[in-house]
Design a protein around this ligand. Structure first.
Ligand code: IPE
Ligand code: IPE
Ligand code: MG
Length: 249
């Protein structure tokens, strides 16, 4: 097993592979600073890590991989840094449009896309159109762009309130599933494992509703340095947890 340094990772039958892994891709700026590079260089390196880890997830049988790429709060960063992030989204969405069918990975974008530049909105549409054509055997990689957990819940509340106001839904019919179905993640199962690199121990507004019973894994490794081995370590740790969901085991 990779954990013991003997090459190939264990097959999913031998270790417990989470169905859905979500990552808060953090630490790009510090990675760049350590090297005397501008922050955008850290984002470019972090984007490469996304590619590597998404590919590895597919290889080991993780069905859903979701990453936090831009929060609703990240717009307050210097314009130059925001522009560099938008350029990376352009690059990776174009690549996704060209390669996702061959790779068997449906790329999805989650978040409020309203403030994004028109060309990125078109790319997102193109990518989701292709994702819709992929069969059930495809894995899903979701990019959370202009995503905020509170913003998402607020939008869901608005949408549900409108349905009630329009007489389509009775108050008594509102269940937890009604809320889940009104979130950006309506088509995804809840994350089993949420990983945050970079040493910060907080959620920073990521998947607040969906992670109610997720297992969390925090590591000081900065995202651009995060490797398949680090993912193996997180999965190994996950395998040792006892998930009780409020019950007794
Ligand atoms: C995460 O890395 C990427 C985004 C938030 C877009 P950071 O840019 O937050 O890196 P640090 O936290 O400053 O090191
Ligand atoms: C969270 O990281 C957002 C993303 C990784 C996209 P931040 O760097 O924005 O979070 P804080 O500011 O440290 O909480
Ligand atoms: Mg950060």
């Amino acid at each position: 097993m990779a954990l013991f340094g003997f090459g190939k990772p264990a097959a999913s039958a031998e270790r417990q592979i989470p169905q859905h892994i979500a990552v808060i891709m953090d630490g790009n700026g510090r990675w760049a600073k350590k090297r005397g590079l501008p922050r955008p260089a850290g984002h470019a390196a972090g984007a490469e890590t996304f590619r590597t880890i998404a590919t590895y997830c597919k290889e080991i049988g993780v069905r859903y991989f979701t990453v936090y790429a831009l929060s609703t709060e990240n717009w307050k960063r210097p314009q130059e840094e925001v522009d560099a992030l938008l350029d990376l989204f352009r690059k990776y969405l174009r690549e996704a449009a060209e390669t996702m069918a061959a790779r068997g990975v449906a790329v999805r974008v989650l978040g409020d896309l309203t403030p994004l530049p028109e060309d990125i909105k078109r790319l997102v549409q193109e990518v989701s159109g292709i994702a819709d054509t992929l069969g059930a055997e495809a894995a899903t990689a979701s990019l959370c762009i202009n995503y905020g957990g509170r913003d998402e819940i607020k939008n869901a509340v608005r949408c549900i309130a409108k349905r009630v106001k329009d007489g389509e839904l009775a108050l008594s019919e509102i269940t937890e599933d009604t809320v889940s179905s009104a979130l950006y993640t309506a088509h995804l199962p809840d994350p089993d494992l949420v990983i945050r690199p970079s040493g910060e121990i907080r959620l920073s507004n990521f998947l607040l509703w969906q992670s109610a019973y997720a297992e969390y894994y925090f590591t000081p490794v900065l995202w651009p340095d995060f490797s398949a081995k680090d993912l193996d370590a997180a999965i190994e740790d996950y395998g040792r947890r006892s998930r009780r969901f409020g019950g007794v085991k």
